[in-house]
Design a protein around this ligand. Structure first.
Ligand SMILES: [Zn+2]
Length: 164
């Protein structure tokens, strides 16, 4: 018995009817989505996508970190991505704490996280603006590539485009 047996059992059933063996690693819809790790978000479902359509990049807060930029460069030049949607969401845990709060919480567990940057989000609109600018202004991605932001409402399922 392992902590993952439920998953292996579910996968065995999944593989029995697996029908995506002909897909390549290129994003068929030319899309990359940067979103949060929040377990309420179904990025493919909420955007009408299916496996094979898009690159999905997830982290705490849907932040455009160095690693997200690195991944976007690969996605664009090697894997068919031609547009990027940055999609934070309502009720995000990252908007409810500061980096200092996180350091304090982990310290209670005897862990010193002060060398980590958590990219917490005190102001979601400002963070999204910053992240969109980061993609638009990096010298490593095409200057004319469409980049948009939209906030996903985890209570209604609606996506609200963020004004340019
Ligand atoms: Zn979140």
């Amino acid at each position: 018995m392992s902590a993952f047996d439920d998953l292996y059992a579910a996968n065995a059933a999944f593989a029995k009817t697996f029908g995506a063996s002909n897909l390549t690693g290129r994003a068929a819809r030319g899309l990359a989505v940067v979103t949060c790790m929040d377990s309420r978000i179904d990025p493919l479902g909420l955007l009408g996508l299916k496996p094979g359509d898009a690159k999905i990049l997830r982290n705490a807060g849907a932040r455009v970190t160095d690693d997200v930029l690195r991944t976007l460069v690969l996605a664009v030049y090697l894997l068919g991505v031609e547009r990027v949607l940055v999609m934070p969401h309502t009720d995000c845990g990252m908007t409810k704490v500061t980096d200092a709060d996180v350091h304090e919480l982990t310290q209670a567990h005897g862990v010193d996280t002060r060398s980590l940057e958590f990219h917490t989000v005190p102001d979601q609109a400002a963070a999204l603006r910053h992240d969109l600018t980061r993609i638009a202004s990096t010298p490593f991605l095409p200057a004319d590539m469409p980049v948009a932001g939209a906030i996903y409402d985890v209570h209604t399922g609606l996506l609200t485009p963020y004004p340019d």
